[in-house]
Design a protein around this ligand. Structure first.
Ligand code: MV4
Length: 446
């Protein structure tokens, strides 16, 4: 049994985890940097420990300080949230060595999915459809030319240690190939200390659709449907929705079952997200995330299942609270990421929030740690909150979102709220007619 959880994170996700712990009667420990003494997660936790100065590497990424905070407070488990140490296999190993439960998958599964070639090979072996591409690492110019001819142009060179879009290069024709290949390699060496790259068929106008999965670590696994995360800018998601406007129920259940079957075979433990590109009716695996994601509330809205409760249950060895047959998908949900940024240039806008009024009403959820008088520190991610709206249909959800955006007040700083007011009235968005490039084109032509 878990009796005290240390939350190794900050901001809205630290609050999100705290709320789940409170509902389950589990004591909580917040950790914070010196820049976050006034943060809501520190106030709401049962105990708190200051773990270092503002830079993340000295505080929220400082494994030794976090382990020490567990020992001081007697926390028997750590929830890493997302970002920071959430996909750090070494952290999972160190907690294990200290007899502290890491609320997440095994260190081995984190490692497998962190190496993008191994992840893709594993996915393929588990029966998940993948993007056509090289068998593994592309090692030489000759190898690159031969592989690209087999795949067919355009091709994409990706870094094995990359992910999240870093270290990718497109080659439209054989003329571009060697430059793309060698640039990708040297950029990968610089960014990741690893020059390994692989090659894929380049998909021109896909959607980004991801499947939420959950395993109990003993060979039981479920899927919770998909999220459409195509609306993004520079690999930062802006708006996520469930269900995807592009899928029907048969497609959802088919890809969902493929993913759940794969997680059963893998004996996966905890929450995971299998990311796909979706084009012309086909799914192509790109990566798997071995953590809870920012956008998990849209899945919670349409399934009614608390994903953090499930994470804690599974980490305690209690198994999942639901079977696949018991999951009912109901209605439609949209999440808007509220960033402390200029809504057009996305330049960060830290500072003091002078007024804050969160909207309410049926089908409205606001996950945020900020309040009137709170000073957003400049050191961290600019996400200050998430607005999640649920309706019986996508049309109802959009109508509700329009109303809710009018109610929301955040003064004193710039936020992305005005962007959502534009998007909610856009015909392409109303029709669900967008791909991964839509938002960048929209912003460029404005
Ligand atoms: C691709 C692709 C097109 N073809 N792979 C970017 C992030 C990383 N997770 C994978 N990414 C892509 N992989 C092939 N074979 C286009 C992207 C991509 C992208 C994917 C998801 C969401 C936003 C994106 C923005 C630009 C490129």
């Amino acid at each position: 049994m878990i009796s005290k959880i240390l939350i190794a994170n900050r901001g809205e996700i630290a609050l999100r985890v705290l709320r789940a712990c409170k509902e389950l009667g589990i004591a909580t420990v917040a950790v914070h940097s010196t820049a976050d003494s006034d943060a809501m997660h520190v106030r709401l936790a049962d105990e708190s420990v200051c773990i270092g100065p503002p830079p993340s590497r000295d505080s929220y990424l400082n494994i030794h300080q976090i382990v020490a905070a567990c020992e001081i407070t007697g926390a028997d488990a750590v929830h890493p949230g997302y970002g920071f140490l959430s996909e750090n296999a070494k952290f999972a190993d160190i907690l294990d060595a200290h007899g502290i439960t890491f609320i997440g998958p095994t260190a081995d599964h984190i490692r497998i999915m962190g190496d993008k070639i191994t992840a893709k090979q594993t996915a393929q072996d588990l029966g998940i459809p993948v993007v056509p591409g090289s068998a593994g690492e592309v090692l030489s110019d000759e190898d690159a030319i031969k592989t690209a001819r087999e795949i067919g142009y355009p091709v994409l060179i990706k870094a094995t240690a990359g992910g999240g879009g870093r270290g990718m290069k497109v080659a439209k024709t054989e003329e571009d190939l060697l430059e793309a290949f060698n640039t990708a390699r040297s950029e990968a060496a610089n960014a990741f200390g690893n020059d390994s790259v692989y090659m894929e068929k380049y998909l021109g106008k896909p959607r980004h659709i991801e499947i939420q999965v959950f395993g109990d670590g003993a060979g039981n696994a479920i899927h919770l449907g998909e999220r459409d995360c195509s609306l993004q800018r520079r690999h930062q998601k802006i708006w996520e929705e469930a269900n995807s406007p592009a899928l029907n129920v048969e497609q959802r259940m088919k890809i969902g079952q493929i993913c759940a079957d794969a997680m059963r075979k893998l004996k996966y433990r905890g929450a995971g997200t299998i990311e796909f590109l979706y084009e012309n009716g086909e799914f192509y695996f790109i990566e798997m995330n071995t953590r809870l994601q920012v956008e998990h509330p849209v899945t919670e809205a349409i399934t009614g299942i608390d994903l953090v409760h499930e994470q804690i249950r599974v980490a305690s060895g209690n198994g999942l609270s639901v079977t696949q047959d018991e999951i009912v998908f109901s209605g439609h949900a949209i999440e808007c990421r509220i960033n402390a940024e200029d809504p057009r240039t996305f330049v960060p806008s830290p500072g003091t929030i002078t007024h804050f009024h969160a909207p309410g009403g049926l089908g409205v959820r606001v996950d945020s740690g900020v309040y009137a008088g709170y000073k957003i520190p400049p050191y961290y991610d600019s996400l200050i909150g998430k607005l999640i709206v649920h309706g019986r249909t996508r049309v109802e959800c959009m109508m509700r979102l329009r109303r809710v955006l009018d109610e929301f007040v955040i003064d004193g700083i710039k936020t992305t709220l005005p962007l959502f007011q534009d998007l909610v009235s856009n015909p392409d968005i109303a029709n669900g007619d967008y791909d991964i490039h839509w938002l960048e084109h929209y912003l460029a032509n404005d």
